[in-house]
Design a protein. Structure first.
Lengths: 173, 104
């Protein structure tokens, strides 16, 4: 009898693949790529680290994490997802434009059954994601561990991050 | 598509080994699939497997890890403990389904 065809599930864990993602932006649309890729990597058994720096702090700051915004100011290729009709990006500067476009994007995300940012962080935490906050950003914004999402392991220096990401594939978002 | 012999019968699978005909699955086969990937099924394993089968009947696609957690009510941590490393893929394999297509 021939050997049965069985999926090989343990390649990554044995090869020691590791991923580190630097999250440096606090816009709603720039928070998701890092979260989604981290989730995908964790689901593949890959050791995953997220390093939050500068505006990326807004993703893990308890005060702001549920309230990230999407603005189309400065996005010269602006169109609503699912429509090719362009919108001049300076219209985003009109009062209420950011609130309206944020609301619309949040609805589109939730319609796809993708969690909001705080719930996403919980999901990543439960999946074993390592989360780190940048020392310089914390000092600059006068934030401590108490201000940050509970899953954040520590506030660490740039050197610490370079050390812990040794051998990792690196993404800067 | 290839076939492979599992539990003494011919089963249709894809190139990786995931079942392509969910109707060929039964609980006896699940135990064989699980042991193929080094898992011995306990009652705790059966909860997500039964959820996946039931959910597939209505959704016609494999539930993602998050769906098993939010709709099936099984904590993500527990799923990682039951099916270490790649819970979504391992669960769907044992449940005789294709791996989930959704991103989250």
């Amino acid at each position: 009898m021939s050997t049965p065809i069985v999926p090989s599930f343990d390649d990554n864990t044995t090869s020691g693949r590791k991923l580190a993602i630097i999250c440096s932006k606090g816009n709603l649309d720039m928070a998701y790529p890092g979260l989604i890729l981290a989730n995908a990597a964790l689901g593949e058994g890959i050791e995953t680290h997220l390093f939050f720096t500068f505006w990326g702090f807004d993703i893990i700051n308890k005060e702001t994490m549920a309230d990230l915004k999407f603005t189309f100011v400065g996005n010269t290729s602006m169109h609503m997802p699912g429509s090719s009709m362009g919108i001049h990006h300076m219209l985003g500067a009109l009062p209420g434009a950011t609130a309206a476009s944020t609301k619309m994007m949040k609805k589109m995300i939730s319609d796809l059954d993708v969690p909001d940012v705080p719930e996403f962080l919980e999901l990543l935490s439960a999946s074993g994601c390592h989360m780190w906050a940048c020392r310089m950003s914390a000092d600059m914004m006068k934030l401590t561990m108490d201000d940050l999402f509970d899953g954040v392991e520590d506030i660490i220096s740039a050197t610490d991050f370079i050390e812990l990401s040794e051998g990792a594939q690196l993404l800067f978002i | 598509m290839p076939t492979t012999t599992l539990a003494g019968r011919e089963i249709d699978v894809d190139a990786e080994g995931f079942l392509t005909k969910p109707e060929q699955w039964d609980e006896e086969l699940a135990a064989v699939l699980a042991s193929n990937i080094g898992i011995e099924l306990t009652e705790a394993h059966w909860v997500p497997i039964r959820f996946l089968r039931k959910d597939f009947e209505t959704q016609k696609e494999t539930a993602t890890l998050r769906r098993v957690s939010t709709v099936g009510g099984i904590p993500v941590k527990e799923l990682f403990a039951l099916f270490p490393g790649k819970p979504a893929k391992k669960m769907s394999y044992v449940a005789g389904l294709q791996k989930p297509k959704g991103c989250v």
